[in-house]
Ligand binder design. Structure first.
Ligand code: SAM
Length: 251
């Protein structure tokens, strides 16, 4: 099962988070094995993560992320010139930071399990407007070749539903193609129809060339959202198009 472990510092950079941004209730969706909630908790930030993999077997996620890091390290050493080494210095530092994050995540999910909630887009297990700030990294847009436009539409509306302030999303690029998610503008127009204004902002973080922008959605003034269909059954809940990536042949 593929699970990544970005660090609190990466989240700060990817989402241009100020101390003020972190003085509110924050949701990380999907959390994966990221170290964000762990480090946020140490700083007194009220942060929660949600991911389909936080059910039974969650105690194995940290170790899975460490294995994923080893696999990725070999790939990065071989393909270093395809990436931008401004935020990260080199593949060694990349792997060290990601591994520290995976370990911080593993300690925190054991110590504070209530901070890690099992759930899947597009049906999150939270009431409307539960969080001031919702962060979403490396699922929407990124996996745009595996997750269709209907999924993106419903998932974006769901992230908006649980936010009373903002949703921030990074990256805007497909992870397969080093190019922007093609339906980004259509998604922004769809959201504008519900009173959700959006803007693309440059951030001080890049790993894929040109991938230096986040999308910010302003949810406070949103209009009523469409009625949601029933939550999927167990098979639907377990469907995870991001799984097994490290077993796929390299593109
Ligand atoms: C590439 S990881 C990103 C994790 C984290 N944000 C990070 O940057 O390290 C993608 C995550 O998406 C989760 N995922 C897959 N399908 C999902 C869905 N329908 N709803 C929410 N999360 C999902 C996977 O379990 C996986 O942990």
């Amino acid at each position: 099962m593929f699970v990544s472990a970005r660090s609190f510092e990466e989240y700060r950079a990817m989402f241009a988070l100020s101390d003020r941004d972190l003085s509110v209730r924050v949701l990380d969706c999907p959390g994966g094995a990221a170290g964000f909630v762990a480090a946020a908790g140490e700083r007194g930030v009220d942060a929660v993560a949600v991911d389909p993999q936080y059910g039974p077997g969650r105690e194995r996620l940290g170790a899975m992320a460490l294995r994923e890091n080893e696999h990725k390290h070999a790939h990065l050493v071989e393909h270093a010139r395809d990436y931008v080494w401004t935020w990260f210095e080199d593949p060694g530092q990349y792997t060290r930071l990601r591994s520290e994050s995976a370990r911080a995540f593993a300690r925190d999910i054991a110590a504070r399990p209530e901070r890690y909630v099992e759930g899947s887009l597009p049906h999150l297990p939270f009431p409307d407007r539960s969080f001031d700030l919702v962060l979403s990294s490396h699922l929407l847009f990124s996996y745009g070749e595996r997750l269709d436009e209907d999924f993106h539409r419903n998932a974006l509306l769901e992230l908006v539903r649980v936010s009373r302030g903002q949703v921030r999303l990074y990256p805007l690029f497909l992870h397969t193609g080093f190019r922007r998610y093609p339906a980004l503008e259509a998604m922004r127009e769809m959201l504008a129809g519900y009173g959700v204004s959006s803007r693309v902002e440059r951030v001080d973080y890049a790993f894929a060339p040109g991938d230096e922008e986040m999308l910010v959605l302003e949810c406070a003034e949103r209009r009523p959202l469409p009625e949601r269909g029933p939550a999927p059954g167990p098979a639907g809940r377990n469907h995870d198009p991001v799984r097994w990536r490290h077993l796929d042949p390299e593109p």
